[in-house]
Design a protein around this ligand. Structure first.
Ligand code: XMP
Ligand code: MG
Length: 222
């Protein structure tokens, strides 16, 4: 059975160390010159938190663990796996992750809203539901970031009403220090990086819809 002991995996904790890299480092990720970096990015980035290399290492670690856990499950003739990407924040992470997975799965997506600007509104709404039934299937939910914990808690409850055979969650980032007391129990089953309490953008994460295409994770200027 997948992750039978319900062990949770955290692959890197940067919780106590904000090591912001200078902007020149960030530029290197773009394969280009200064001139190609949009002025909007330049204005809003305080520094780089995770480089493309660091993200790659986190991805490889989480993918290796998922491959071990789900391969074992597949051998036992288990239910089909559906990888559900939480739109839009997790789409970049999810598309990189799925290309490292060595077990069969179908894909689906879900969109939920709660944030306005940099703050959660605390009320959650499914904006776009999973398109195909997941009853009896193994759902692997891919999230960009767990912050107060409300979104992941809401999504887990919502998906469980669809009676999947199992539900496991993967998150690129976890801002553990921001967890609200009522969501203290909430965390992803697989977390790539625990990060400090800073607002992050890039690699799928947005501020007011922008910055998702930046290939690294940066801290937004306040
Ligand atoms: P909660 O507070 O519900 O938040 O755990 C999870 C959702 O909020 C968004 N979020 C962020 N988006 N930079 C972002 O671009 C951040 O630092 C950040 N913190 C939370 C995100 O969409 C996530 O799904
Ligand atoms: Mg967002």
């Amino acid at each position: 059975m997948v992750n039978a002991d319900h062990k949770k995996y955290v692959f890197s904790s940067m919780r106590d160390q904000v090591q912001l890299r200078g902007f020149d480092d960030a530029l290197r990720g773009f394969d280009g010159t200064d001139a190609v970096l949009p002025a909007l990015y330049r204005k809003n980035i305080a520094g780089m938190l995770l480089s493309q290399d660091q993200i790659g290492q986190g991805l490889a670690a989480v993918a290796a663990q998922l491959n071990r856990d789900y391969e074992r499950y597949e051998i036992q003739g288990a239910a089909p796996v559906v990888l559900v990407t939480v739109l839009h924040g997790a789409m970049v992470f999810s598309s990189d992750l799925m290309r490292q997975l060595c077990f069969p799965f179908k894909t689906d997506s879900i969109a939920v809203s709660s944030y306005e600007g940099t703050e959660s509104t605390g009320t959650y709404q499914v904006k776009k539901d999973i398109s195909h039934p997941v009853a009896g299937k193994q759902v692997l939910l891919v999230e960009d970031i767990v912050d107060t914990g409300g979104t992941l808690d809401f999504l887990a409850q919502h998906i469980k009403t669809k009676n999947p055979a199992s539900l496991q969650t993967v998150a690129l980032l976890d801002k553990a220090d921001r967890r609200k007391p009522q969501f203290a129990h909430v965390s992803a089953d697989y977390t790539c990086f625990v990060i400090p309490d800073v607002f992050v953008i890039g690699y799928g994460l947005d501020y007011e819809g922008y910055f998702r295409g930046m290939p690294f994770v940066a801290v937004k200027k306040t």
